[in-house]
Design a protein around this ligand. Structure first.
Ligand code: MD3
Ligand code: FE
Length: 205
């Protein structure tokens, strides 16, 4: 792979078709228990174009009043998040080299016109743990740079079944999703893309 930042491991086609189908089934169950919500920017309340939900003991949420944070409950139902599917815990075990399980799995759903601007993920207490990302459905153009905003970035496509592990220097790299390519996968019943990120949130004792 071309010029990935140090610490980025990219596993194209890590999940085969049947594994993607199985994972998608579990994610459908997660979404029916914990419906997708519209995340809103801190202070302005501007809606993001991506819809989200979570599974695991903690989930990432954001709203106008309280901003970015992890919490144990769905912002609308008030229920605890569903469990992380076993298939995902096994992938974390296989690839992460981190000796504790993930605490959060953020589920991002992109309709074809959704994007995610360049940002850093720094709402976790533990940056020593990697972030593991899994793509399902239509392909996306993913952009990643360095720890400094305004540094040079490289872009590449993430396809259904691809897995990426961000550790070390790349863990605090700026990154985002510039566009979705409709009609590039038959996995989902509609156009769009799902991204799953497995994360450690608290420091393991
Ligand atoms: C690099 N998600 O949820 S996944 C996010 O495709 C997020 O939905 C994007 O950025 C998506 O925060 C990108 C790849 C990814 C995930 C987490 C990272 C790259 C990362 C954390 C640090 C550095
Ligand atoms: Fe991110």
């Amino acid at each position: 792979m071309q010029n990935l930042p140090d610490g980025t491991l990219y596993y194209p086609d890590f999940l085969d078709g049947p594994a993607q189908e199985l994972l998608l089934k579990s994610i459908r169950d997660v979404v029916s228990e914990a419906p997708l919500f519209v995340p809103r920017m801190p202070k302005t309340g501007k809606p993001m174009s991506v819809r989200m939900t979570n599974c695991g003991p903690l989930g990432w949420v954001t709203d106008k009043e309280n901003g970015y944070r992890y919490q144990a409950h769905h912002p609308q139902t008030g229920k605890v998040w569903p469990d992380i599917p076993k298939q995902l815990l096994d992938i974390w075990q296989e690839l992460s080299t981190y000796s504790h399980p993930p605490e959060a799995c953020l589920v991002n759903y992109y309709e074809v016109d959704a994007k995610m601007g360049l940002h850093q993920d720094r709402d976790e207490q533990e940056f020593d743990a990697p972030v593991l990302s899994i793509s399902l459905g239509d392909s996306a153009l993913f952009r990643i740079g360095s720890e400094n905003r305004g540094g040079k970035t490289t872009s590449f496509k993430l396809n259904s079944g691809d897995v990426m592990l961000l550790s070390g220097k790349s863990r605090l790299a700026f990154h985002g999703v510039s566009r979705i390519y409709p009609g590039t996968s038959m996995l989902l019943k509609q156009e769009g893309r799902i991204n799953l990120t497995l994360r450690r949130v608290t420091k393991a004792s």
